[in-house]
Write a protein that binds this ligand. Structure first.
Ligand SMILES: *Cc1c(COP(=O)(O)O)cnc(C)c1O
Length: 233
């Protein structure tokens, strides 16, 4: 078994164990393999090991990899990084879900472009800045209702839920209250019938996220190893 396949298996086991511990079905939290700054060969290994959902942070990198890997049938690309409006047109043809809608302006651009394209609806999630840190992207909790309403105005967008990134911390337990906050915001908005998905949890804190109700966890390092630093160009 390849390294990537082995790591993937242990991440799956972590997720299933965390789900069982809180009485959830082991497959109720699904895995997005975060492949940012990792080569296409790594993604092929994960795909060969059964992984189908992959996450990228940069629009250009997502489009490049989707193009290089278009022979992989059924692969699904998730945009999990901040999305600029001028990149919407570029990623729409290849993206399966966008986890980072954080403004009405972005929602409007997405809705207009997706409507013009036609085809199956794009899954969208609203990124919420639950910690209020100035450096974080995501909408403020008070902006959530109008943003959801704007998204629901477009039949080509399918609103699936909420996403968050908690403040960085050495202690994964520190993430738990932020995950719980995201869940209660969802419950206050509409509940799980209309917003089923909570995208939260990464390599260090996926157990806490699953305990708080994550349906998507986004894991990079534990699958593909440490990433090279981002080269600014
Ligand atoms: C990089 C990234 C991840 C994965 O982080 P790891 O700690 O490597 O698992 C998850 N979510 C987002 C938004 C990211 O940018």
């Amino acid at each position: 078994m390849s390294d990537v396949a082995q790591c993937l298996q242990s991440v799956r086991e972590r997720i299933a164990a965390a789900a069982r511990r809180c009485g959830r079905s082991p497959d109720s939290a699904r895995l997005i393999a975060v492949s940012k700054r990792k080569p296409a060969t790594d993604i092929r290994e994960a795909y060969a090991a059964g992984q189908r959902d992959f996450g990228e942070n940069y629009a250009q990198e997502l489009v490049d990899k989707a193009t290089q890997l278009q022979d992989l049938e059924g692969i699904r690309w998730h945009m999990i990084g901040h999305l600029q409006r001028n990149k919407v047109r570029q990623i729409l043809p290849v993206v399966h879900a966008i986890h980072t809608v954080d403004s009405v302006r972005l929602a409007t651009e997405l809705g207009r472009r997706a409507e013009a394209r036609g085809g199956p609806p794009v899954e969208v999630l609203v990124e919420v800045n639950v910690s209020g840190e100035a450096s974080k992207s995501g909408c403020e909790p008070s902006q959530l209702a109008p943003l959801l309403e704007a998204l629901r105005g477009y039949s080509c967008l399918s609103v699936h839920g909420l996403m968050t990134v908690p403040p960085a911390s050495e202690d994964p337990e520190h993430a738990l209250p932020y995950f719980e906050r995201l869940r209660s915001l969802r419950d206050a908005q509409a509940g799980s019938a209309t917003l089923p998905d909570l995208s939260m949890g990464m390599t260090s804190d996926l157990e806490q996220a699953v305990a708080a109700g994550a349906t998507w966890v986004r894991v990079g390092t534990a699958i593909f190893g440490a990433r090279p630093a981002r080269i600014e160009s």
